[in-house]
Design a protein around this ligand. Structure first.
Ligand SMILES: NC(=O)c1ccc[n+]([C@@H]2O[C@H](COP(=O)([O-])OP(=O)(O)OC[C@H]3O[C@@H](n4cnc5c(N)ncnc54)[C@H](O)[C@@H]3O)[C@@H](O)[C@H]2O)c1
Length: 432
């Protein structure tokens, strides 16, 4: 694309904000749209808690630079954006409630977008969706509300979002992309829009293939981790180190085992099966292995608590009345994102068993009644700790000194392979 594009990014969260800024950094004129006024106000004030960075600059620094350069601002008004742009990239997600995806935010976005859509506009969906959603849900809403015809009056494409949080800027530019259009003209427009920031090849395929591929890319990681959980239980019973086992197996060039951790969290991996399931039900296709993997991963907090109970018992203690520090609330290491984090489940279960929990995570902004303000406050006099997500402060910790601050004969559960096993003689380190 030779002319700078005028683009609106709809949804300014973990994906949308860095995506909007990537377009702005490349010279596009970008408007961010979000339904939450507080999100828009904070962004326009140059503030963000997102931990992304690019070429030595933090996201807030990039944000302020792009605002000052006049290339980016945010609004809650689709109509205001529509007067200035002809491309829309939609990143509103599908939350999952009790295993069922909620298409509400995406539908509402399509309705509002339909009411401002103009001839010649391009709409690209980048949200992760139930396969079939672009053609079966988004397209009819846009056409009905706008009175325009998709594929001729406006262009409609789906491009799966593959970035990992923490590497967003880099991956918007370098991660290979797959794209589908509702017709050839739409795919062509979508490719042009992507090429403004992307330096990789774009594979064009059937829109349903692209939607389904996104979901199964995530599910294969969920299944891989569930499998590794079983390997971990075997390794523990056999008295061998799980992480060493994985490292050794991964020296095989065709093996790629992931690490077990405290379960599977985040908006992407645990939700992926729930996006596939509704379509599979409609098509009467069963998914037993995938469902088992999800259940295995969901059960990990319970497995950890059973282990804790056993080790406490060896020390003459019980779960009820014990004090446990939980270090790391994020869904993965070095992240500030605690959505769908298995650590929340772990803490809830500990509390139902009468454990006094004190959690700490310097990167996660969410407030919880169990969350304390410092590493020291979390571990002081604790009978046990769980290291559940690594943050810089934990990566640099002197674990022998941490054990000294804990109660007598402390137990350190390490789900991250970060705590030396031979810490101090009176402490028990359990690596899981
Ligand atoms: N977070 C990731 O690393 C990641 C990676 C790959 C794909 N994805 C997918 O990308 C999508 C976005 O994920 P996210 O993590 O950025 O979510 P998020 O919740 O951080 O951001 C979504 C934003 O959309 C806004 N929104 C909701 N409804 C809206 C509407 N009708 N109009 C305008 N704005 C609206 C919300 O207020 C929110 O700020 C999801 O489908 C997710 O599955 C996320």
């Amino acid at each position: 694309m030779t002319q700078p594009v005028r683009v609106a990014v709809v949804g300014l969260g973990f994906v949308g904000l860095p995506l909007a800024l990537t377009y702005a950094m490349k010279g596009a004129s970008v408007i961010g749209i979000d339904v939450v006024p507080r999100v828009v106000e904070e962004i326009n004030a140059g503030r963000s808690h997102h931990l992304e960075s690019y070429q030595g600059k933090t996201l807030p620094e990039i944000l302020r630079e792009q605002i000052d350069a006049g290339r980016f601002y945010a609004t809650t008004s689709y109509a205001e954006a529509a007067a200035n742009v002809n491309h829309y990239i939609v990143t509103a997600g599908l939350p999952v409630h009790n295993g069922d995806p909620d298409l509400g935010p995406l539908k509402s976005c399509a309705e509002t977008l339909g009411s401002v859509l103009k001839k010649g506009d391009t709409v690209m969906i980048r949200s992760t969706v139930v396969p079939g959603t672009t053609e079966e849900v988004v397209k009819p809403i846009l056409e009905e509300v706008s009175g325009l015809v998709a594929g001729t009056d406006f262009y409609l494409t789906y491009c799966s979002e593959r970035i990992a949080e923490g590497r967003a800027f880099e991956e918007f530019i370098h991660m290979p992309l797959v794209l589908g259009g509702i017709n050839e003209a739409s795919a062509e427009k979508g490719k042009e829009l992507l090429s403004f920031i992307s330096e990789t090849d774009v594979t064009i395929s059937d829109i349903r293939v692209v939607e389904t591929a996104k979901v199964i890319e995530n599910i294969q990681r969920d299944v891989n981790i569930a499998m590794v959980q079983e390997f971990a239980r075997f390794a523990e019973a056999f008295g061998i180190d799980t992480f060493e086992l994985i490292k050794v197996a991964n020296t095989h060039t065709r093996v790629n085992l992931l690490t077990p951790g405290p379960g599977v969290g985040g908006f992407c991996l645990p939700n992926a099966l729930y996006y596939l399931q509704p379509k599979a039900r409609e098509l009467e296709v069963s998914l037993p292995i995938l469902q088992q993997a999800r259940m295995t991963n969901d059960a990990v907090p319970e497995v950890l608590i059973n282990m804790l109970e056993r080790v406490l018992k060896e020390k003459g203690k019980t779960l009820a009345g014990s004090r446990v520090a939980v270090l790391g609330l994020a869904m993965k290491d070095f992240s500030n994102d605690d959505r769908v984090s298995p650590v929340n489940d772990l803490i809830g279960l500990l509390q139902t068993k009468g454990v006094e929990v004190r959690s700490y995570d310097p990167a996660v902004p969410t407030r919880y009644e169990h969350k304390v303000d410092s590493f020291e406050a979390a571990v002081k006099d604790a009978d046990a700790l769980f290291l559940t997500a690594v943050q810089k402060e934990f990566a640099e910790a002197d674990w022998a000194a941490v054990a000294e601050q804990m109660a007598d004969s402390p137990i350190l559960f390490d789900t991250k392979n970060r705590i030396p096993r031979d810490l101090v003689s009176k402490a028990t380190v359990v690596r899981i």
